[in-house]
Design a protein around this ligand. Structure first.
Ligand SMILES: C[S@@+](CC[C@H](N)C(=O)[O-])C[C@H]1O[C@@H](n2cnc3c(N)ncnc32)[C@H](O)[C@@H]1O
Length: 372
């Protein structure tokens, strides 16, 4: 018998499912969550609900696949300490910038100064790499490199690196509807599925640099108003299969990579190129580039199980291990067993996606497990 919409909804955890109207994009990407786009993150409202249900204020939560830092940012807002691990250097930079404590007056002084100097960026500098020449118009690349030259003059260099990266993402010669993973640069006018009109490839970066400098300050200021100043976030850069997790935690909340979906280094390639970041893509678990062959899936199961086993070893008995995943291949029952975890509940939630060409709805699970 066919499953009806009502049957499907009856299995949902409605407290973890929101409609677009209840939770529009601007709320899902409030304050520092949108310092830079990131494909494959979960929403802060889900983290908030799970921290509230399974952990206590002033607990310390660990996210071994921390990505853009949603768990860390929300933990600070919810009054918890947090530690996040990620293999991708850009993600770690982004997390540090989102969660660092700031002297807001000093930050404002620097960013206002930078915003003014965007009008007259230095024009000399390094010859652009092949990647930059391919993906940027000559004026855009000159402006990005000019901004990069300014960075060493300031104290908040990491903030400026994130602003540069965000502007570089927007200034690529990529179609507006395909900013997540463009394959080839767009050199001519094109029909834009996002704006439903003819659009032209971007020629300049200065406008983005100025806008994002101002926006970044506003977002950091807004977050400073809601974060708990007595809590802190720690970012560890490395492979969660082998990194020293340095401490004891009260629970785990994470959304692991899923095989064959996203290349987490490649999606921010411009940042690696411009900032000279350490590229460790060969250590990414489940990277899309590794495919979904039987061998790749086995490497994935072994990799995630190793991370969850190591992370759980840093927990007290019976602590919650919360894994958010859309497990369409049903890999997780075996992964959890291999990691020595007992599945206590599988909560279904409805996910709305209203942006980009991959818009549509789907379901994902929150696996609630505990050390067996
Ligand atoms: C689904 S994303 C996490 C997104 C995160 N929940 C957020 O809201 O931004 C999975 C992350 O796992 C990271 N990752 C992949 N392999 C890893 C490894 N071996 N060690 C640590 N992190 C890894 C990827 O770089 C990616 O950022």
């Amino acid at each position: 018998m066919a499953v009806t919409q009502d049957d499907l909804y009856a299995t949902l955890d409605l407290d973890l499912s929101w409609s677009e109207a209840e939770l529009p994009e601007r709320v899902r990407t409030k304050h520092v969550h949108r310092l830079h786009p990131y494909h494959g993150k979960f929403i802060p409202q889900l983290v908030e609900a799970l921290l509230d249900r399974y952990l206590e204020r002033s607990d310390h939560v660990l996210d071994p696949f921390a990505g853009s830092g949603t768990t860390l940012v929300q933990a600070l807002e919810s009054g918890l300490d947090a530690t996040g691990v990620d293999i991708a250097a850009f993600n770690c930079l982004l997390m540090r910038v989102k969660t660092a404590p700031y002297d807001l007056a000093e930050l404002a002084g620097e960013l206002q100064d930078v915003a003014m100097r965007v009008e007259s960026l230095p024009q000399r500098g390094a010859r652009p790499s092949g990647y930059l020449r391919k993906w940027y118009a000559p004026r855009a690349v000159a402006e990005l490199l000019g901004f990069r030259e300014l960075i060493p003059e300031y104290r908040h260099r990491e903030v400026l690196r994130v602003i540069l990266s965000r502007a570089a993402r927007s200034a690529r010669r990529a179609a507006h509807f395909d900013l997540e993973a463009p394959k080839e640069p767009q050199r001519e006018e094109y029909w834009c599925h996002k704006h439903r009109r003819e659009c032209r490839p971007v020629e300049a970066a200065a406008g983005f640099l100025r806008r994002y400098t101002v926006d970044t300050l506003a977002r950091i200021e807004e977050f400073a108003g809601v974060r708990d100043v007595d809590r802190e976030a720690t970012v560890l850069h490395g492979d969660a299969r082998e990194l020293d997790l340095a401490g004891q935690y009260d629970g785990i909340l994470t959304s692991p990579p899923y095989p064959g979906l996203i290349d987490y280094h490649e999606q921010h390639r411009y940042a690696y190129e411009l900032l000279g970041l350490d590229d460790r893509r060969e250590r990414e678990i489940g990277a899309a580039a590794s495919g979904t062959s039987l061998v790749a899936l086995e490497a994935y199961r072994a990799g995630i199980a190793a991370v969850l086993a190591r992370a759980s070893a840093a927990l007290p008995p019976d602590a919650p291990v919360l894994v958010v995943v859309n497990d369409r291949r049903d890999l997780y029952p075996e992964i959890l067993a291999r990691a020595g975890l007992r599945l206590e509940a599988r909560l279904r939630r409805h996910v709305n996606r209203r942006t980009g060409r991959r818009a549509g709805e789907y379901f994902e699970d929150v696996l609630v497990a505990r050390p067996a």
